[in-house]
Design a protein around this ligand. Structure first.
Ligand SMILES: Nc1ncnc2c1ncn2[C@@H]1O[C@H](COP(=O)(O)OP(=O)(O)OP(=O)(O)O)[C@@H](O)[C@H]1O
Ligand SMILES: [Mg+2]
Length: 238
């Protein structure tokens, strides 16, 4: 079971987009995937058009068993959704002696999945600390705009000791702009082979979420579908 946190403290870099579409690509490739939404914004459920009764909050507060928090959304793709009550967890976790290990405990019974992907909120929070303790790989989507490198530095500086970013996924790549290419080169010179193939800007991706579809359901011929499919192949190679 590969446990992957999708993390960047900067907002709007494509974390949720990557969690949803990379997961679906992996599921379509025959893998079993669980997406856990760790963000109180609850964007994963919104994107997939599910209106869940039980969420990650209920699991973390021991109110509902893990089986009842898992929602089957697509073939091979399950979700533990979140909702805005998850913000309340921060306070509760802060009161624990070991505030970073709640996810590890609550998710310890999971074993039937090939992949567990955590969609993380854009901040250094206790929720993210838990995600980092639980995950064994960290994928960081980096939007190719000029402010993103500052965000990258911030993430690296605030990671707990011993935790390293394993993949950097360039997002919002626009081949026509010099800026996009320059930032991509900067990322490659810093992160070397950790940088995956870039995900291009594609309006079909932005549209797909309002139709509650993954890019493969909304437009399987789009650039977005192509790029997330290629990314999944790259991830499956290791
Ligand atoms: N490759 C892309 N091309 C065009 N639009 C995109 C692309 N990737 C993401 N988007 C759009 O950009 C917006 C931000 O993406 P997303 O919600 O995935 O970012 P995020 O990092 O999860 O944000 P947050 O930090 O708020 O959780 C969304 O409206 C999404 O549809
Ligand atoms: Mg998000």
């Amino acid at each position: 079971m590969r446990k992957i946190a999708i993390l960047n403290f900067k907002g709007g870099t494509g974390k949720t987009t990557t969690a949803v579409n990379l997961s679906h690509a992996l599921a379509l490739s025959g893998k079993s995937v669980l997406v856990i939404d760790c963000d109180p914004q609850g964007s994963v459920a919104g994107w997939l058009g599910i209106n869940p009764e039980h969420t990650f909050f209920d699991l973390l507060t021991d109110q509902v068993s893990i089986e009842n928090c898992i929602h089957h959304t697509r073939e091979g793709m399950d979700v533990i959704p979140s909702d805005k009550r998850l913000t309340l967890i921060e306070v509760r976790l802060a009161q624990r002696e070991n505030m970073g290990t709640a996810f590890l405990e609550k998710l310890s019974s999971l074993s039937k999945y090939d992949f567990v992907l955590l969609d993380c909120p854009p901040s250094m929070s206790i929720l993210n600390l838990n995600a980092l303790e639980y995950a064994e790989e960290i994928f960081m989507p980096v939007s190719l705009d000029y402010l993103s490198l500052r965000g990258v530095r911030q993430v690296i500086e605030s990671l707990p000791e011993g935790i390293e970013i394993t993949k950097v996924i360039p997002t919002f790549y626009d081949q026509r702009t010099k800026k996009s290419k320059e930032i991509l080169e900067d990322l490659k010179s810093f992160f070397k082979e950790k940088v995956t193939m870039p995900i291009r800007v594609n309006v079909r991706i932005a549209e797909s979420s309002s139709f509650h579809k993954t890019i493969f359901e909304y437009d399987s011929k789009s650039r977005g579908a192509h790029d997330y499919w290629e990314l999944a192949k790259e991830i499956l190679r290791g």
